[in-house]
Design a protein around this ligand. Structure first.
Ligand code: ZN
Length: 168
């Protein structure tokens, strides 16, 4: 059902409905803009963590490497793109909170075995430093934004205390 005279079928005959589902029409205020990797192995722990920290309605920005794009992007345009996505989430859905995530064995960093020779501590330390860089960049770019950083591994989720921003 749509709210105009013509049916969707009349407007675009090339589209065929394959599923009926009533999505909520109300605009929402998001609890946080969440930058994470699309690696599906960490999808469940990511959702559980968000629930634990009170993020019920996230604006999910899921890209290969997650917060790596803000910390050490392969191309500078990746950082600009993610920053713009966060700005849009703030503008459209009023979020004042950003959650940045990295995870163990991420292909964007070359993987736990290949890049860190299976050394989980070295990988965690590297990710912690990366999250510090990502958070520092984001807090400088969007003053007043609350930025929280997390590292996900095969055992759970770890909060990374962010260093104070330069201006603070
Ligand atoms: Zn990944």
């Amino acid at each position: 059902m749509i709210g105009v005279g013509k049916s969707l079928r009349e407007m675009s005959p090339a589209m065929r409905k394959v599923l009926h589902f009533d999505s909520p029409r109300e605009k929402y205020r998001c609890d946080a803009s969440v930058v994470s990797c699309f690696d599906d192995r960490f999808d469940a722990v990511c959702r559980k963590l968000l629930k634990r920290i009170g993020v019920v309605q996230p604006d999910a920005i899921r890209i290969a490497g997650g917060a790596k794009a803000l910390a050490s992007p392969e191309e500078e345009i990746h950082r600009a793109f993610v920053l713009e996505q966060i700005r849009k989430s703030i503008r459209l859905h009023g979020s004042g909170r950003a959650v940045l995530m990295l995870h163990s064995d991420c292909g964007a960093y070359g993987g736990l075995a290949a890049r860190f020779r299976g050394d989980a501590d070295a990988e965690a330390a590297h990710c912690r430093a990366e999250l510090g860089r990502a958070s520092e960049f984001l807090r400088a770019a969007v003053p007043g934004l609350t930025v929280e950083c997390f590292f996900l591994n095969f055992e759970g989720a770890w909060v990374v205390e962010s260093p104070p921003s330069r201006s603070a």
